[in-house]
Design a protein around this ligand. Sequence first.
Ligand SMILES: Cc1cc2nc3c(=O)[nH]c(=O)nc-3n(C[C@H](O)[C@H](O)[C@H](O)COP(=O)(O)OP(=O)(O)OC[C@H]3O[C@@H](n4cnc5c(N)ncnc54)[C@H](O)[C@@H]3O)c2cc1C
Length: 345
Amino acid sequence: MRHAPVKSVGIIGGGLAGAACAYELAQAGIESVIYEARAAVGDGASGNVLGLYNPRLAAEFGPESQYYAAAFEHALRVFPTLPDIDWNPCGALHLITDDVRAQRFAKMQRSWQGLRMAHLSAVEATARAGIDLRYEALFLSDSGSVSPRRLAYALARSAQQIVQQDIDDLDALAAHDAVIVACGMGSNRFLPQALPLRPVRGQVTIADSPHAHDLKIALCYGGYVIPCAKQGILIGATFKRGQDHETVEDAENTENIAKLAAIVPLLTNNLQISSARGGVRATLPDHFPAVGCIDANRRVYVSAGHGSHGILSGLMAAKLIVDMLQQKEDQGSQALLKKLSPFRF
Ligand SMILES: Cc1cc2nc3c(=O)[nH]c(=O)nc-3n(C[C@H](O)[C@H](O)[C@H](O)COP(=O)(O)OP(=O)(O)OC[C@H]3O[C@@H](n4cnc5c(N)ncnc54)[C@H](O)[C@@H]3O)c2cc1C
């Protein structure tokens, strides 16, 4: 069914997913209004001061990897155009801490396309990191960190208006030609067929130590540590499946630090915690987001379930939805659209 061109879109949710929709719509010349329940955009799962942008590193290059590789490329085009997002393209070292990771990364190097990566010895990895490492590593030179909170804010500025409102019914957005549901764990309220969304609480820890400022690059080892300008380092993140509260827990700071200490003990010597933040990821059982049209008549779309990769995934989902809204011929491969379908469960 072909529709009249869309002029105005209502977006429910002002996190990375919703804010990215406002940005991509503006790029296509389409107006949008963000409806956000909280006092500010980027205050839910997207509210961390820093996050890592990294494709989800599956061993084989299937539709999922195609999505993340395209998302990565797209983000690298968008980030330089946005002000005040604390973008630091410092690169990332994925430390090869066990045989499982060694095999996965070796397969990746053979099968992935369009991603610059190199296998480094422990000596080479140490030189890149600025700190002693005892592991070989997969080096992703184009990876790095950005502030999710500031990114959401910068992207949301493309909206014509940001309205603070807890939406409880799609009819409240009847004035718009189309609606995008991008409200994380709150998305099911608006979907004709519920997604099997599951909350996974997480916490990041910001801390300083005598060696923290030596770190020049992001390190991934199951957890991650990112150089964090004046504050030292950001250590992430815990995974508490089924939990959905945002309260900071001392035990989770301890967990983040212990995990880092097991891999790079030097960074945790005389460590002082300065702050921490808890948030709730919305995840789906196959660790892939739900992106697509959920009601063709009313022109309702969803972008949810971005899990641990919302920085890249939110932006890519927004691009795909805007292509769908514009009824573009090339909206991505059929295999990818099927994998992203909100009706796949
Ligand atoms: C501790 C932690 C660390 C993370 N680290 C990384 C990382 O390093 N890299 C990475 O890529 N990702 C990371 N993530 C994941 C990433 O933050 C999420 O994938 C991303 O923020 C999801 O964005 P979102 O817009 O879908 O959800 P949210 O940011 O939660 O936004 C949803 C918004 O919808 C609003 N809302 C809900 N219901 C309604 C309603 N009815 N009406 C109006 N508004 C509504 C909410 O208030 C909220 O602001 C991390 C997550 C956590 C918790």
